[in-house]
Design a protein around this ligand. Structure first.
Ligand SMILES: [Zn+2]
Length: 471
């Protein structure tokens, strides 16, 4: 079967299959300005794109040319009042309308005073705010649709990945949560979606959106220390209700380097793939986990960060790659360019020397090398991350609580155990419970299952009955 002219055989792909990659970029993103001195600089996406183009990688991908999202499409996650506010909010309207200022503050937008008394403007009233949100959300939605359509294996939107945005609230430089929107789009086609977040900060907005879902597993690796934003994502936060153990957190201390990171990342992600058996994977590639970031203190190299992409690519599940944080902009652009090369299978071919291109002066401090030098491995991490082995054991234990029976096929729904129930409990009554009138078995099943997916449970019950008849 012809897999398309834009695809490449990938040397690290075990099945030798050609991979079809599509890519979204909106040049308008470089005009978005969070304000002087703000850490978030959307121009980093234009820099990444320019680097990707200068390396010739655009020839290896299909460019996704799509319309921006519509305000109605945002309602798949965000509430109407918040979307209306985003549509009305301009710097001029904000300055002249006191009511609008108060409403904006209630929704986390504009300058405000924190609990500790400090004044912040994490989510400023940006000129062209709604257009910016609709652009990056439209890119992630188009990328998700490309995977749903089956014509592409990997889809990329480096302007997406805004993992802190909440349903009715801006947070942590994020206004609209394109990740949640894209995952909801993927769920229209795929039964189970794994979300992996390698940003330096906890992927709190995405985790919260799917905390009670067993169709989406969220798995976040992040710096977790007092005073470090957003302060959530401890190892003990595992989701709730039907989604219990489908939200996993791997908290890290500053100084974590490539080796320590992958001693956690690979066994934990590998086990998540094994027990959850996702039909599609979303990887948020926030680049503030790189060494030398202005805000975070992790110590990943570009190669170590990209190894996460390479590792997940090897599972051959449809893969959505999104951007995220990243505040040393030359590092961010280097990283996302190299990860684009990984996506198309050219990571071993790409030259280390950054080619001449309009932004090349930004890379002087890193010696014009794509994979800039980081501190010696282990130089800072050994003391700070001494609990990493304990974290790994705990995370793997949490994953063991999910038990998609191996006999259940890839596209079958999860069984009762995966939904936090015991089939034996469904089959047998507690004999001590004589006071209560025996309920109808189907009624009991409905009561026990609540909103859970019954198909998987029926499959499991049927198998149990068959095996007991054999005995
Ligand atoms: Zn971040």
């Amino acid at each position: 079967m012809d897999m398309g002219a834009n695809s490449l055989p990938s040397p690290s792909c075990p099945d030798g299959r050609k991979r079809r990659v599509c890519y979204y970029y909106d040049p308008g993103i470089s005009n978005v300005d969070y304000g002087e001195g703000h850490s978030m600089v959307p121009r980093r996406v234009a820099m990444a794109h320019s680097l990707v183009a200068s390396y010739g990688l655009l020839n290896d991908m299909t460019r996704l040319r799509t319309r921006p999202a519509s305000p109605e499409e945002l309602l798949a996650f965000h509430d109407q009042k918040y979307v209306d506010l985003l549509g009305r909010l301009t710097p001029a309207a904000y300055m002249s309308d006191g009511n609008l200022r108060r409403t904006a503050e209630e929704h986390g937008i504009g300058p405000m005073r924190r609990l500790d008394g400090a004044c912040t403007n994490d989510n400023p009233v940006i000129d062209g705010l709604m257009g910016y949100c609709l652009s990056y959300a439209g890119g992630s939605l188009a990328a998700a649709r490309a995977l749903c359509g089956g014509d592409h294996d990997v889809a990329i939107n480096w302007s997406g990945g805004m993992h802190h945005a909440c349903r009715g609230h801006a947070n942590g430089f994020c206004y609209v949560n394109d990740i949640v929107l894209a995952i909801k789009q993927l769920l229209g086609r795929f039964r189970r979606v794994l979300y992996v977040d390698i940003d330096g900060h906890h992927g709190d907005g995405v985790e919260k959106a799917f905390a009670d879902s067993n169709q989406v597993m969220t798995l976040s690796f992040h710096q977790y220390e007092s005073q470090f934003f957003p302060g959530t994502g401890s190892i003990d936060d595992v989701g709730e209700g039907a989604g219990r153990y489908h939200a996993l957190n791997v908290p890290l201390k500053k100084g974590m380097d490539d080796q320590g990171y992958h001693e956690l990342f690979k066994p934990i992600v590998g086990k998540a793939m094994q027990v959850f058996q996702p039909d599609a994977v979303v990887l948020q590639c926030g680049a503030d986990s790189l060494s030398g970031d202005r805000l975070a203190g992790l110590e990943l190299s570009v190669g170590g960060h990209a190894e996460c992409v390479r590792y997940l690519r090897g599972f051959n599940a449809p893969l959505l790659l999104l951007g995220g944080g990243g505040y040393t902009i030359n590092h961010v652009a280097s990283c996302w360019c190299y990860e684009t090369a990984v996506a198309v299978g050219k990571e071993d071919e790409i030259a280390h020397e950054i080619p001449h291109h309009p932004y090349d002066h930004y890379y002087r401090s890193q010696g014009y090398r794509l994979q800039y030098r980081t501190e010696a491995p282990g130089s800072r991490s050994s003391g700070e991350n001494k609990d990493a082995a304990v974290i790994r054991v705990k995370a793997l234990e949490h994953l063991s609580a999910i038990n998609c029976a191996p006999s259940i096929q890839f596209h079958e729904p999860c069984g009762a155990a995966a939904q936090g129930m015991d089939v034996d409990d469904l089959c047998h009554h507690d004999d001590d419970d004589d006071d209560e009138e025996e309920a109808d078995p189907m009624e009991r099943l409905h009561l026990l299952c609540d909103n859970a997916d019954l198909r998987g449970i029926f499959i499991e019950l049927g198998r149990k009955r068959l095996s007991s008849q054999k005995c």
